[in-house]
Design a protein. Structure first.
Length: 430
C-alpha cells in the first residue's frame, strides 16, 4: 500500500458522506489520478460534471484523465509543437476532425465507454425518440375492476338503488326488452366527500364484468385552445373501444359547472363537448355506462341531468353503523390490537366518513407507536388510543350537511333532493 492510499480511503469516506462537496470530490479525483487509479477518478469527475457541467477544474482533470490536451494546444501529430499554440491551419484541421459525429473525435470512444458515468457533450438527432401517433399517443388507465358490491360494507339503500336503476336491467336483457327498459343515460352519485363514491363506481364495474376508466378534470383541461375538447373526446373514445366499460366522471361539477355561472368561454365549450359526448353525437355509446360523482350536485348544470344523460341520482351518505364497523375492522385488521370495543367506537363516530374512520385508526396507531418508542417496548393498540384519537379527529361531513340543509330547504325544485330531505328529517337536521 502506498502512502497516499490511507488518505484516499479517508477522502472517499468523506465524499460518500458529503456527495455534493465538489472541491472535496475534485481533490480526491486528483489524488486518484496521481496514484494511477484513472477509472475511479473518471467516475468521480463524471459525478462532479453532472452537478456542475461548467466547472473548469473538473473539466481540466477530466482532460488529463482521458489523455487529451487542454483547449488551445495541439497534439504532436497535428502539425505543431507539442503543447504549443494552435496555428490557423492546424486549428481548422482540428475543428473539422473534432466534430461530435466525426470518426476522428478523440473523446467519442471514451464517451461511448463511459456513457453511464459521464453525460454526453451533445444530444444527437439520432438519439431523439420518434413521435408517437395514433391511439398510443395517450396513456389511459383502463382497468379490470375486481371489486364487488359485496365488498362495500352496509349502504343497503344505495345498493338497492343501483340494482334497480342499473344492474338489474343489465343482468336481464330479455326482461329489459319486454318492459322497454332503456340503459341509455347515466347515474350521478352525490354526497359528502370521503364516503366511497369512487369505490362504489368500481364495484359497479366489477359486478358488470366491465372495464373501468376514471376521468377527472386534470385528464381533460389543457392550456391550448381546442385541446381540452379533444382530450375529452379521446377519453370517451377510449371507453368506446374498451366496451363494455364503466366511464367514471369524478368531480363532474368541475367539468359540467352551471353554464350561467361560467365566465370562461373555454370552460363553456368543454361543457358543451361533454353534453355532446353523453348524447353519443361524437360516437356510439353502446356498451359505455357513465357514472359520475360530485360533492355539490347543486353546482352541476341542469342540462347534464336531462333524460338520456346523467338522469338518475343516488345519494351516498356517511356510512351507517354496519358500514362503520366494517370499515373499522378493515383498517385495524393488520395492526396489533387488544381490548377494542368496536360497538363503543361505532356509536361515537356518527357522521364520520370512510376517510375519517381511516384517519381515526391511523391516529390511534400513531399514539400507540409513540408510546412504544418512549417505553422501549412494543405494546398493542388499545381502546384508550382510540378514545384519545376521537378527541382529535372530527367528522368532515358536517360542513357538507349544513350546506345540504340549505339546499333541501330552499332549492329542491321538482323534488330532485327528496332523498336528501328524507335523510335530514330522519336525523332531525331539518
Amino acid at each position: 500500500m502506498t502512502s497516499a492510499d490511507p488518505l484516499i480511503a479517508s477522502l472517499t469516506a468523506a465524499v460518500d458522506a458529503r456527495p455534493d462537496d465538489l472541491p472535496l470530490r475534485l481533490h480526491l479525483a486528483g489524488l486518484l489520478l496521481d496514484a494511477g487509479r484513472t477509472g475511479e477518478a473518471i467516475a468521480h469527475l463524471g459525478q462532479a460534471l453532472t452537478r456542475d457541467p461548467g466547472n473548469t477544474g473538473a473539466q481540466a482533470l477530466m482532460q488529463r484523465a482521458l489523455g487529451t490536451p487542454p483547449a488551445g494546444t495541439v497534439p504532436p501529430d497535428a502539425g505543431g509543437t507539442p503543447g504549443g499554440t494552435v496555428t490557423p491551419g492546424a486549428g481548422d484541421a482540428l475543428a473539422s476532425s473534432g466534430s461530435p459525429d466525426s470518426p476522428g473525435d478523440p473523446l467519442a470512444a471514451y464517451e461511448r465507454e463511459l456513457a453511464d458515468v459521464v453525460p454526453p457533450r451533445f444530444v444527437r438527432s439520432g438519439d431523439e425518440p420518434e413521435p408517437v401517433t395514433g391511439h398510443a399517443d395517450r396513456a389511459y388507465d383502463v382497468e379490470a375492476s375486481t371489486v364487488r358490491l359485496a365488498d362495500v360494507g352496509g349502504m343497503e339503500a344505495v345498493k338497492e338503488r343501483l340494482e334497480l336503476a342499473f344492474l338489474g336491467p343489465l343482468r336481464n336483457p330479455e326482461l329489459r326488452r319486454m318492459y322497454g327498459k332503456s340503459l341509455r343515460g347515466g347515474l350521478m352519485l352525490y354526497g359528502p366527500p370521503g364516503c366511497g363514491k369512487t369505490f362504489l363506481a368500481r364495484a359497479v364495474a366489477g359486478e358488470m364484468g366491465a372495464k373501468f376508466l376514471s376521468l377527472s378534470i386534470v385528464d381533460v383541461l389543457d392550456m391550448w385552445m381546442g385541446n381540452s375538447e379533444r382530450n375529452l373526446h379521446e377519453l370517451f373514445q377510449a371507453a368506446r373501444r374498451n366496451a363494455p366499460c364503466v366511464l367514471f366522471l369524478d368531480e363532474v361539477d368541475a367539468l359540467g359547472h352551471k353554464r350561467s355561472k361560467v365566465t370562461s368561454s373555454s370552460m363553456r365549450t368543454v361543457g358543451n363537448q361533454l353534453l355532446a359526448e353523453l348524447d353519443g353525437m361524437e360516437g356510439s355509446n353502446e356498451g359505455v355506462f357513465v357514472l359520475a360523482a360530485t360533492n355539490t350536485p347543486w353546482d352541476v348544470d341542469a342540462a347534464l341531468r336531462r333524460p338520456g344523460r346523467l338522469d338518475r341520482m343516488v345519494l351516498v351518505l356517511p356510512p351507517d353503523p354496519e358500514a362503520r364497523r366494517a370499515i373499522l375492522e378493515y383498517h385495524l385488521r393488520d395492526r396489533p390490537i387488544a381490548g377494542i370495543d368496536l360497538r363503543k367506537v361505532v356509536a361515537a363516530t356518527e357522521d364520520f366518513s370512510g376517510a375519517d374512520l381511516a384517519h381515526l385508526c391511523e391516529t390511534a396507531a400513531e399514539f400507540a407507536m409513540a408510546d412504544s418508542v418512549r417505553r422501549g417496548e412494543v405494546r398493542m393498540i388499545g381502546q384508550g388510543d382510540l378514545d384519545r384519537a376521537l378527541k382529535e379527529v372530527r367528522p368532515s361531513t358536517r360542513p357538507w350537511l349544513a350546506t345540504a340543509r340549505n339546499v333541501a330547504m330552499f332549492a329542491n325544485e321538482g323534488g330532485v333532493y327528496d332523498d336528501l330531505v328524507a335523510y335530514l328529517k330522519r336525523r332531525r337536521l331539518l
